[in-house]
Design a protein around this ligand. Structure first.
Ligand SMILES: [Zn+2]
Ligand SMILES: [Zn+2]
Length: 237
């Protein structure tokens, strides 16, 4: 296990992941590169600043896919500015946003964006709702979505509900990166992290008693040890 000091960078052959940050309740921001393709995962607040430090504008405007694990603000806070920025920068290639079925945040950001800019959007913006765990491919990367357990409190601060939430496993050539998003300990994550070249695991729960929102440090480590390498993220600061 390596300490989560940001950014976290992992590269093998032509496949890499850079985690700009992953701080619970504040922001997440992840960039995946597979040869010349760039994907963004969980664009939280600050994603434009981080992308601009990392990539040339021509690479940013050619980003093809955004993957959203769930709609909490620390994972989608940068979506509006990203969509608008790409329009201002005259993006011409399509952008696909993959998101879990029922994630209202993405649907409403998309609708608001379409409404505000109506006929004035320079690129095709495509929403792809994920409603099952079927694999699909983009830019030679195989993407396997899987359901995770992630709850949130309602306004009474006692009752909880499951939010639409996914993890993603990205496979390029023989290399596998498993990112669980925000999740409690769950069997789907155990299965997909196992044997991965890299597992990115949240350890967002700050005590030792498991809950249904985040993993404890020891839960996350126990899964991480089944992958070839792992990083713990979303650890409360
Ligand atoms: Zn989070
Ligand atoms: Zn969350």
């Amino acid at each position: 296990m390596k300490k989560s000091k940001y950014p976290i960078i992992w590269t093998k052959e032509n496949f890499s992941i850079k985690i700009f940050c992953s701080i619970p309740n504040i922001a997440t921001g992840i960039l995946i590169k597979a040869e010349n393709a760039h994907f963004i995962v969980d664009p939280g607040d600050g994603i434009l600043r981080d992308l601009n430090k990392e990539l040339k504008i021509k690479d940013i405007v050619n980003i093809s896919d955004v993957f959203v694990t769930h709609g909490h603000h620390d994972h989608v806070g940068g979506v509006w500015s990203l969509l608008t920025y790409l329009r201002v920068m005259n993006k011409k290639t399509p952008l696909v946003i993959h998101y879990p079925k029922g994630c209202l945040e993405i649907v409403h950001i998309y609708n608001a964006f379409k409404k505000v800019y109506s006929n004035n959007i320079t690129y095709d913006l495509i929403l792809k709702e994920i409603s099952n765990d079927k694999s699909f491919t983009s830019k030679k990367v195989l993407i396997k979505p899987f359901p995770v357990i992630h709850k949130e409190y309602l306004s009474d601060n006692k009752t909880t509900r499951q939010v639409p939430a996914l993890g993603f496993k990205f496979t390029f050539k023989d290399l596998k990166i498993c990112y669980g998003g925000d999740t409690a300990y769950c069997e789907d994550l155990v299965k997909h992290a196992k044997g991965s070249d890299l597992a990115i695991l949240e350890a967002g729960h700050d005590d030792d008693t498991p809950d249904e929102m985040h993993m404890t440090l020891s839960e996350a480590k126990s899964i991480g040890r089944t992958a070839k390498e792992y990083y713990l993220v979303h650890v409360p600061e």
